[in-house]
Design a binder for this molecule. Structure first.
Ligand code: DGT
Ligand code: CA
Ligand code: CA
Ligand code: ZN
Length: 584
């Protein structure tokens, strides 16, 4: 059990206690324990035998340490089990619905003893929720919208989660003799921000065998399988305990390219490619590109030979969404897409000064090891009190410190920046004179997400027009699979950003990926530049940059669209703000 999973059991416990109406003080102690576990750098499973070590973690007392030990031993602990028995596990699904907090769920439970999504939806449709105390028609509509959103995201997984599972399967199968290649296809290969199921292709001499049983038998021994859904022919499907469904197909090497092309999708891309094949007198299947008249093979071992036989330039998987890529490939107009190696710096990261977990020096060393030319330390401002955000005086002292470290550091430029909060009214959380001392200023919304669209738009416009910011951080505020971005007029914000030379962030952290591919395209069309950042809170997060690059590629972005591909001097110039204030 990982820390994250332990934390989530504690969060669940706190929510269920709230539904039951337990003592708020006790509820808070579970939330605090969850936060402490989540933020703890050591794996609790490794230290849990030593009670003393658990007690050293702030927020973990004797009884909580016992809970952790029981949880690690039995996969559950008494209070959580007791609450689940009272309310049934379906209650946990209800808690995942945004706009439906423990208080509302408790009201519904007390009145109707309903604790599952379908049941609550039915009550809302019948107008029975508006009749409850402190509820109304508006609440009811919000709950229905929350359920609709939940249904859209449930059963999907973050890109990095899916990738981790795919890597484990690859590792597991790589030991099999007679296997040459194991490749993830589907949405994972296209780099979509979330992944439904995993599609894995296996090829090699052993797959040419008619009797694939040994291979399929090996695959179903993959640890973590909760259920084998189908097995036979050249295909196995199973579900893992984490909920992810995996489809594995085995193929002869001569068909590998055709299968990879087919199972990479997207469906609509494939439909267009197949239509083109037909017009040229071919059929395209998951086995081969073949002539219509006599079925003779034209191509199939690689994707390259298939696209080439169809008189198309090779189309990178990220572009295969039937958004004009086929026409562009036909006319040799595909862009040279951004690559990870083009990125010269990462300019959004936090340190122990606020809510990061590593020091300035550690972050620098990690960035230097990645080969970056420059980086920026951008800690939080004071509005983020729980992150110990900086006020004017601490921000000044912090940049002095960063500049001091930079002066002693060789091989990488360390820029002094800040991630300043955009307050509810659009005011920035630090004074202009402090912001002007920074090499770059990222401005982000971290509070009051539920404002009316007009108010949120005005708030963002005010920040952009302030003349003090270089980058709008994670612009829509979405958290994938958890909450939608806030409601505002992105078009107006992008136009103002273009006028003010403010860049948009593409936050590469896998649960944000904000801006998303579609919004990145909008930004480029309006002449707004992008900066791709990891928003790292630990040295290990710096490698998340590649997820940002994937989204940028899905948006057809090239090196020219992304500012942190510039050499250091030009990048710093692009971040400068005082000149702008002077001219406006
Ligand atoms: P996902 O799993 O929802 O994230 O999205 P995909 O794109 O991975 O979709 P999935 O797993 O249903 O199918 C994988 C690929 O296989 C898909 O991108 C295209 C191909 N494929 C699957 N079924 C069909 C089909 O009925 N027709 C065609 N043309 N392609 C299909
Ligand atoms: Ca899939
Ligand atoms: Ca699939
Ligand atoms: Zn940040």
């Amino acid at each position: 059990m990982e820390n994250r999973q332990i934390a989530s059991v504690f969060y669940e416990t706190a929510d269920l206690m709230e539904i039951r109406g337990d003592d708020p003080f006790r509820i808070r102690s579970y939330r605090r324990a969850a936060e402490a576990v989540e933020g703890h750098t050591q794996r609790l499973a490794d230290i849990a035998d030593d009670t003393k070590k658990l007690l050293e973690i702030p927020g973990i007392g004797k009884s909580m340490a016992a809970n952790i030990q029981q949880l690690l031993k039995d996969g559950n602990f008494s209070l959580h089990a007791e609450l689940l028995a009272k309310y049934r596990p379906s209650m946990l699904d209800l808690l995942k619905i945004q706009r439906l907090g423990p208080k509302t769920i408790a009201l519904i439970w007390d009145a109707y003893q309903v604790c599952d999504i379908d049941g609550v939806e039915k009550l809302a449709r019948e107008g029975k929720i508006r009749e409850l105390p402190r509820m109304g028609e508006k609440h009811e509509q919000k709950i229905l919208k929350g359920i609709e959103e939940y249904r859209r995201i449930s059963g999907r997984f973050l890109l990095d989660t899916a990738e981790r599972v795919a890597d484990k399967i690859k590792e597991f199968l790589a030991e099999m003799p007679g296997i040459e290649k194991i490749t993830a296809a589907g949405s994972l290969r296209r780099g979509r921000d979330t992944v439904g199921d995993l599609d894995i292709l296996v090829t090699g001499p052993c797959c040419a065998d008619e009797r694939l049983d040994p291979l399929l038998d090996k695959i179903v021994q993959f640890p973590g399988i909760s259920e084998v859904l189908a097995k036979g022919g050249n295909k196995v499907s199973f579900r893992l305990r984490s909920g992810i469904q995996v489809d594995v197909r085995t193929l002869k090497p001569e068909s590998f390219g055709a299968a990879l092309q087919y199972f990479t999708g997207s469906k609509t891309h494939n439909v267009s490619v197949r239509q083109r094949a037909l017009k040229m007198g071919y059929t395209l299947s998951e086995y081969a590109l073949a002539r219509l008249e006599d079925g003779s093979r034209v191509a199939g071992a690689t994707e390259e030979e298939i696209y080439s036989a169809l008189k198309l330039d090779y189309i990178p998987p990220e572009l295969r969404e039937n958004q004009g890529e086929i026409e562009a490939a036909e006319q040799h107009r595909l862009p040279r897409l951004l690559e990870l190696a083009d990125i010269r710096g990462d300019v959004h990261m936090h340190t122990v000064e606020t809510d990061g977990r590593c020091t300035i020096e550690e972050m620098i060393e990690a960035a230097r090891q990645r080969g970056y030319e420059y980086m920026a330390i951008t800690d939080h401002s004071k509005n983020l009190a729980f992150a110990n955000g900086l006020d004017d005086a601490r921000a000044r002292a912090h940049i002095e410190k960063i500049r001091g470290v930079d002066a002693r550091t060789e091989g990488i430029h360390v820029l002094a920046g800040i991630e300043v909060d955009i307050l509810a009214d659009g005011e920035l959380d630090l004074s202009g004179s402090v912001l002007e001392e920074m090499d770059l200023v990222i401005a982000s919304v971290h509070s009051h997400f539920q404002q009316e669209p007009q108010q949120m738009t005005d708030r963002l416009l005010r920040a952009i027009n302030s003349g003090h910011i270089s980058i709008l951080g994670h612009p829509t505020g979405r958290i994938l699979l958890r909450r939608e971005g806030y409601d505002f007029d992105l078009d107006a914000v992008l136009r103002a950003a273009a006028d003010n030379d403010v860049a948009m962030e593409l936050n590469a952290y896998p649960d944000r990926l904000d801006l998303c591919d579609r919004h990145l395209k909008m930004a480029r069309e309006r002449g707004v530049k992008i900066v791709i950042n990891t928003d790292s809170h630990h040295t290990s997060h710096l490698e998340k940059m590649r997820y940002g690059v994937l989204q940028a590629r899905r948006a057809w972005l090239t090196r020219d669209d992304v500012l942190n591909t510039l050499p250091a001097e030009q990048f710093v110039a692009a971040m400068r703000r005082q000149a702008r204030v002077a001219t406006t």
